[in-house]
Design a protein around this ligand. Structure first.
Ligand code: AMO
Length: 443
């Protein structure tokens, strides 16, 4: 009988193994994809793409019986050669090729110049050939950074004793309201795709006190902008026994600090490839919504058109104001108007036109919404009625409150928006693996 006993040591080495002190001069086996072939006549450089980065291999006819012409861009190889140190090569090492085995040969030429440092290809072309464009080193690095953000979120929240949960994406009702619901038929019943895990994460506060989720959410936005997707990844958390929504902002600040340190420590390669300067989250200013509006209207001589809403340009100006006045990359805007917040938001007892909630702006773009929630059953029912909503589909959610819930709050962070701002891109599709927008359902 054959038994699986765990991961076996691999004969082919990774870049990290090749970088060990005593490897120079040794014969090694590696595998990888042909990223580029630079034929200089007497010698050719075969650049392999591996999971950790690029590896330079040197081809000289005298050392091998292999025909260079067989090495096409995109071919998957297993290769054997001698490891040499060379400061000019990526990672300071190269392999002098002796034997090559082709594991798979491409049947068509590459549709995009993926081996170039910057592809200079339109966003549409990159998205049309997504699985190919992402093979470019810079494109790939964006998603390593995205991985670091999610890892930072998870690791930090685990360290704060949050429980990770996974909630359904199809349901009878969603929490955020508005017109951006995808509706579908679920075995002859009307259903919707969840706009957020809001209802579920709140219900789970009654079970675990502190919960988080990273997962897809759906918004049927009918406008094409550089900051909206129809499906995005939401980083959510919800926590009980808070003193106020300030606890949520403090937890988010802690997450940002932890995540930025993690990127610095473990994602230095990707940061360097993208030439990213990380923002400062050591202290983040917090300003009231009405005060922020007043500050920018005075400084930039802009009329306040609607005291209860923030226009995107105003958001950008708030970002600019806090960068200019406080050298701040982030700013919390607090006490959003009740009219603009969903039913679950807790109103400010001192002025119920406003809520105990906040947004976090990063260089002038909203990346987070959060706040304190209503935890009292009757108050929640009154708010639902005051918003002109029905309780239909909310029975289970409401019963949670009937049976007791602690004061609590939480937030949702748009992962693609945060990634976009962090690496200095200006279109959210650049930081989405397979974007879903008004015109894109494929790939
Ligand atoms: P909200 O609807 O503000 O709040 O969403 C939270 C964050 O998600 C991001 N976001 C989007 N990203 C890409 N495309 C979109 N269409 C899109 N819509 C929103 C933004 C935004 O700040 N339940 C609340 C959160 C909470 O209070 O816990 C919610 O979903 O970065």
């Amino acid at each position: 009988m054959e038994f699986m006993t765990g991961v076996k040591p691999e004969e082919a080495l990774e870049i990290r193994d090749l970088l060990a002190e005593d490897m120079a001069g040794k014969t090694v086996k590696v595998n990888g994809t042909v990223h580029a072939v630079n034929d200089m006549g007497a010698v050719a450089f075969v650049i392999l793409r591996k999971r950790e980065g690029l590896l330079q291999c040197v081809y000289q006819e005298k050392d091998t019986d292999f025909d260079l012409k067989l090495l096409k861009e995109g071919a998957a190889l297993k290769l054997e050669g001698t490891l040499e140190k060379d400061e000019r090569a990526p990672h300071g090492i190269e392999i002098r090729i002796q034997h090559v085995e082709i594991l798979s040969q491409p049947s068509e030429a590459m549709p995009l110049p993926i081996s170039k440092w910057k592809m200079n290809t339109s966003l549409d072309a990159k998205l049309n050939y997504r699985s190919i464009s992402l093979r470019n080193i810079r494109e790939r690095a964006k998603f390593k950074i995205q991985e670091g953000i999610v890892r930072g979120f998870r690791d930090f929240l685990y360290s704060q004793e949050f429980t990770e949960i996974h909630t359904p994406k199809v349901g009878a009702k969603s929490a955020e309201g508005g017109a951006n619901l995808f509706r579908l038929e679920y075995f002859h019943h009307p259903a919707v795709l969840q706009q957020s895990p809001q209802l579920y994460k709140q219900m789970m506060v009654g079970v675990f006190e502190r919960v988080f989720e990273t997962g897809p959410v759906f918004r049927a936005e009918k406008h094409n902008t550089k900051r909206h997707l129809n499906e995005y990844t939401s980083l959510d958390f919800e926590m009980g026994y808070i003193h106020g929504f300030e606890d949520i902002m403090a937890m988010e600040t802690g997450f940002l600090q932890y995540m930025l340190e993690l990127l610095k420590r473990e994602y230095a390669d990707a940061l360097k490839i993208l030439n990213v300067t990380l923002p400062d989250a050591s202290k983040i200013p917090a300003v009231r919504f009405d005060e922020a509006k007043r500050l920018v209207s005075e400084k930039y001589d802009r009329k306040i058109r609607n005291p209860f809403d923030l226009e995107p340009e105003e958001e950008a100006l708030i970002g600019r104001y806090f960068q200019e006045e406080y050298n701040a990359d982030f700013v919390f805007v607090t006490h959003y108007p009740s009219k603009k917040r969903p039913f679950y938001a807790m109103d400010d007892p001192e002025d119920n036109r406003y809520t105990l909630s906040f947004d976090l702006l990063y260089h002038g773009l909203e990346i987070t919404t959060g706040g304190q929630r209503i935890h009292d059953y009757q108050m929640l029912r009154d708010k639902i009625a005051a918003k002109g909503m029905t309780e239909e589909g909310l029975e289970q959610y409401l019963s949670t409150f009937k049976h007791g819930m602690p004061p609590h709050g939480g937030l949702g962070i748009g992962l693609e928006r945060l990634t976009m701002k962090l690496i200095g891109e200006d279109n959210i599709r650049e930081t989405t693996l397979f974007p879903r927008d008004l015109s894109r359902l494929e790939p």
